[in-house]
Design a protein around this ligand. Structure first.
Ligand code: GLV
Length: 384
């Protein structure tokens, strides 16, 4: 080989000690998902392929609680859902009102601005949520084409009530776009009943699957805007083209890009598990195990970042990091001593809180007990 060529590198075998996954995601898989990831490569164009897509779309209609036809999954992490929802529904020069209380709505602002969309921002302190009065008066003031809001926010550990928000948005001619990445499956969410126009989620949270595929759904109003829009979103995120690939209308088996078979099988398997458990049982399991976790923390006098119980998210808890503690040292101790993964705060909770997910297959009282005991031990052990 000449001196100009690149020699083959040594790619070693690597070991990874799997901790108990109790951060804000990624979550542990359903055991059946591990098997599903090894299912055969499914090739485009055959009936088997479209049957899998149909199964996924039916499962997604159930988890989003929507009868809309325009339901599919983006090839990409949750961010691809965010970008698809924003870029298909708000044109450059139009206005997106962003209700901001954490890190994910900040991402929405960045994405929108890069697309040439104007953003208006309304905020609340990051350990609280919005009143409908505040959101309505901002809609009245800014008259946006759409409002973006995060339902469950993993950076703050809050859950936003949005039950009446669809009607309020529609009164001012705005579409309602909702991030359910860390909340879907763990918290009741009713797309049609609440008048949500576009929603995206991700599979590595309460779905208990791998990251890399992002469910999205659009209402009839959103579909109308997509079908009549004058702007072209990027090719990869174009929902009109993807709707044809996913055969949303039953007669459009058109190639767009190559979908990832293991991700399709994994998502389909998560949906089968969720259907088996049923949503109400899953919502109740998340609510009771997280409430139990909070009670255990209270017994240890460990404080939470979100003061009002009704504003606390049932999947991810933001636990106050006591004064003088280093979040990385805390993270490392939890991992090394207890083999439990919890994560540092992000955005407004960086350096202030530790984020704990009692979520997906790990939403159980046994896991809550283990994590509460390990947190208490770590606080004691790392006292300066
Ligand atoms: C990522 O999704 C996080 O919540 O940190």
């Amino acid at each position: 080989m000449s001196a100009k060529t690149v020699p083959p590198p040594l790619i070693q075998d690597r070991k990874f000690v799997v901790p108990l996954l109790c951060g804000p995601g990624p979550c542990a898989y359903w055991p059946s998902v591990t098997e599903a990831l090894a299912k055969p490569v499914i090739t485009p164009n055959c009936d088997e392929f479209y049957n899998v897509l149909d199964d996924i779309r039916a499962g997604l209609q159930y988890v989003f609680q929507t009868k809309s036809k325009l339901v599919l999954a983006m090839s990409g992490a949750g961010h691809s859902g965010m970008e698809a929802v924003i870029s298909n529904l708000v044109a450059p020069g139009e206005t997106l009102l962003v209700a901001s209380r954490g890190m994910w709505d900040q991402r929405a602002i960045i994405i929108a601005n890069r697309l040439g969309i104007k953003t208006e921002i309304t905020s609340v302190p990051s350990n609280t949520t919005f009143s409908m009065e505040q959101l309505e008066s901002e809609l009245k003031r800014t008259r946006p084409e759409a409002m973006f809001i995060t339902f469950g926010d993993s950076s703050t550990g809050t859950i936003q009530n949005i039950e009446r928000l669809g009607d309020i948005c529609h009164k001012y001619g705005a579409l309602l776009l909702v991030d359910t990445v860390v909340s879907l499956i763990g918290v009741e969410f009713l797309m049609d009943e609440w008048g949500v126009d576009a929603v995206f989620s991700a599979t590595q949270k309460a779905f208990s699957g791998p990251a890399g595929i992002a469910p999205v759904a659009f209402s009839a109003l959103a579909e109308e805007k997509i079908n009549n829009r004058k702007h072209e979103p990027s090719f990869y995120f174009d929902i009109k083209l993807l709707a044809n690939q996913w055969n949303c209308y039953g007669d459009t088996r058109t190639y767009h890009h190559t979908l990832c078979p293991p991700m399709l099988w994994a998502l389909r398997c998560c949906l089968q598990e969720i259907v088996k458990e049923t949503l109400p049982v899953s919502w109740a399991r998340h609510a009771s195990s997280t409430a139990y976790f909070h009670q255990r923390l209270q017994e240890y006098s460990i404080e939470l970042f979100v003061p009002k119980p009704e504003e606390r998210l049932n999947t991810v808890t933001t636990v106050m990091l006591p004064e003088g503690y280093d979040h990385l040292e805390f993270h490392n101790y939890m991992r090394e001593k207890h083999n439990i993964l919890v994560l540092e705060g992000r955005g407004p909770t960086l350096g202030k809180a530790i984020r704990v997910g009692i979520m997906g297959v790990n939403a159980t009282k046994e896991v809550a007990d283990k994590v509460a005991d390990a947190l208490a031990d770590s606080i004691q052990a790392l006292k300066k």
